[in-house]
Design a protein around this ligand. Structure first.
Ligand SMILES: C[S@@+](CC[C@H](N)C(=O)[O-])C[C@H]1O[C@@H](n2cnc3c(N)ncnc32)[C@H](O)[C@@H]1O
Length: 188
């Protein structure tokens, strides 16, 4: 996912890592852009602490991202990313809308997620609900939040027992009047 940022010629000074966990994504972002300021937000305090110890986050925020109002300033990040987190959101529109609010005009929103049939949900042993979202559902959320789609790609992995797992990465641009709509090439 971090390499995709680079491919899209995104160069964030301030990165918000939503559902940052131990900072796998933050660490990759750190390698690509050592000067970027990384804020991790997650509801698992032990994971957040680990991300700081490992140098994968500069700031951390302990928060349940499925709540409506996120405790981050509007339009304060160049890039807002969430790797494998929207699969825990019962309401992807609310989640993406909060990501969009945190993104500055001219900034980018990026998600990676496990794709599946429309609105498939399952419960793990500890009672956590997870949801599969189709690419179209996520694209619709981008459109509703006025995030322009600039890239979307799927990776298919053979998992055995005849199953295929499809992971998707989607990047959008929060446009603003009077300036170029996107930093590089044409829309897919
Ligand atoms: C599959 S892990 C991905 C972690 C990290 N983004 C990565 O790519 O390594 C999902 C993360 O989402 C966090 N998460 C799940 N539900 C959350 C919620 N309601 N609020 C905040 N964080 C949540 C978990 O604590 C976990 O760190």
């Amino acid at each position: 996912m971090a390499k995709t940022y680079q491919k899209e010629k995104i160069n964030p000074a301030r990165f918000l890592d939503c559902g940052s966990g131990t900072g796998l994504l933050g660490g990759a972002v750190r390698k690509l852009w050592p000067d970027a300021h990384i804020t991790g937000i997650d509801f698992a305090d032990d994971m957040l602490d680990q991300s700081v110890t490992d140098g994968c986050a500069d700031d951390i925020v302990l928060f349940d991202l499925m709540k409506a109002d996120w405790p981050v300033e509007d339009e304060s990040f160049d890039l807002v990313g969430a790797a494998s987190v929207i699969n825990y959101a019962a309401d992807p529109h609310q989640f993406i809308s909060n990501m969009a609010d945190a993104t500055r005009k001219g900034g980018h929103v990026m998600l990676s997620y496990l794709t599946g049939q429309k609105n498939t949900q399952s419960e793990t042993d500890d009672g956590t609900m997870s949801y599969l979202w189709s690419g179209q559902e996520i694209k619709d959320c981008f459109a509703e939040c006025e995030i322009e789609l600039i890239s979307s790609r799927d990776t298919q992995t053979y998992t055995g027992r005849g199953l295929h797992r499809i992971d998707s990465i989607i990047i959008g641009f929060k446009g603003h009047m009077g300036l170029p709509k996107r930093p590089n090439k044409k829309a897919p």
